[in-house]
Unconditional design. Structure first.
Length: 108
């Protein structure tokens, strides 16, 4: 007396009606999948504000490349930051250093 056997495995669904989603298509090459363009800057500042400037550069996700003491009271910092952050940093430095700090962009 054996009755009909029911399979306990589910039926397979076609991909179009509930399978896993496919990866998104690329609509334009390089759009949104590249890091922001970086530029090398050289900052000349009074030694007294060196720590504040280094902290601000790191909040901008800048990479500090070199720190030099130019004269007894001045420091030179070379860093890589995103090109779009340079105007904001320049404005901040001018205000913070009361016009004494200088920023120049250099080729990489």
């Amino acid at each position: 007396m054996s009755g009909p056997k029911h399979k306990s495995t589910p039926t397979v669904q076609p991909t179009a009606s509930g399978g896993p989603p496919r990866p998104p298509k690329r609509t334009s090459k390089g759009f949104g999948d590249q890091p922001p363009e970086e530029t090398k800057i050289r900052v000349i500042i009074p030694k007294a504000i060196e720590g504040d400037v280094l902290l601000y550069l790191t909040t901008l996700r800048g990479a500090i490349m070199n720190i030099q003491i130019e004269r007894p009271a001045w420091t030179v910092i070379e860093a890589l930051i995103s090109r779009c952050s340079v105007p904001d940093f320049t404005t901040w430095l001018h205000d913070f250093s009361k016009g004494e700090g200088r920023v120049s962009e250099e080729p990489k």
